[in-house]
Design a protein around this ligand. Structure first.
Ligand code: NDP
Length: 244
């Protein structure tokens, strides 16, 4: 794959799922990857798997200071940043009448503020260099919504609005890509506490449609990052067969 080797890419949500798989694939193509998440054990073991062109920084994306620290650490080690993939996210789904305000707050903090803080941390560096690439993971839930996914969906619609506005603001110099995955195998949803969601989504008698592999989303990220010259891949939408 052209145009990936030696690129410095920060990935949030790199301790599992889509982020970890993206790190593996980018690293295999010769990129320098900076892994960010909260669970240090997972990050440490992924860095030892990937070798010297990988590093990790324990990061909580709800803290803007953590994102600033992450960007600075990446510059200290690799000299500059080519791309930031804002991918950390959670999905504790519930219905509105369950009133799970704490879970709404956590989704807003991680899924929206985490993206904003990432942009805020890296933008001055990219503007100064006159180049860079910011990617974020939205969702099919950022395009359409259904009962039980309201707040999660709102956060992913917000990601779309943020990224589209960012694209217009920095269109001359910085590439901006939003990824919209459908159902993908990962740990997402492990923190669902709503019995109504568990009953509606997981105890259905109909067999669930097969999910996509994380590598499908990683390949989409790599496609966007690998474009050379002025090609700016703005949006990629992926669904598994069977998902409407
Ligand atoms: P995972 O649960 O496997 O990964 C989520 C990642 O986010 C983990 O690495 C987790 O790390 C990290 N994370 C959560 N909270 C924080 C935090 N406060 N600070 C830093 N990192 C955090 O799920 P996926 O790989 O599926 O999710 C990745 C993204 O893809 C999310 O934005 C999700 O919404 C989106 N998505 C996923 C779909 C799917 O079907 N799987 C479909 C559509 C979109 P840690 O806990 O160590 O901090």
């Amino acid at each position: 794959m052209e145009n990936i080797k030696d690129k410095v890419v920060i990935i949030t949500g790199a301790s599992s799922g889509i982020g970890a798989e993206t790190a593996r694939k980018l690293s295999a193509l010769g990129a320098k990857v900076v892994l960010a998440a909260r669970r240090e054990d997972q990050l440490k073991s992924l860095v030892s798997e990937l070798g010297e062109n990988a590093m990790y920084v324990v990061t909580d994306v709800t803290k803007s200071a953590d994102l600033n620290h992450l960007v600075q650490q990446a510059i200290n080690k690799f000299g500059h940043i080519d791309a930031l993939f804002n991918n950390a996210g959670i999905m504790p789904l519930s219905f509105f009448d369950e009133g799970k305000i704490d879970e709404w707050d956590r989704m807003i903090d991680i899924n929206i503020k985490g993206v904003l803080y990432g942009i805020n941390a890296v933008l001055p560096h990219m503007l100064e260099r006159g180049q860079g690439h910011i990617l974020s993971t939205s969702s099919i839930a950022g395009i359409k919504t259904t009962p039980g996914i309201g707040v999660y969906s709102a956060t992913k619609f917000a990601v779309r609005a943020i990224m589209e506005t960012l694209r217009e603001e920095v269109a001359k110099t910085i590439k901006v890509t939003t990824i919209y995955p459908g159902a993908t195998r990962s740990e997402l949803g492990h923190d669902i506490t709503s019995p109504k969601i568990k009953a509606a989504f997981f105890n259905s008698s109909a067999p669930p449609s097969p999910k996509m592999d994380e590598s499908a989303i990683a390949n989409a990220v790599i496609y966007a990052i690998s474009q050379s010259g002025n090609t700016n891949v703005n949006e990629i939408v992926l669904r598994p067969l069977g998902q409407t």
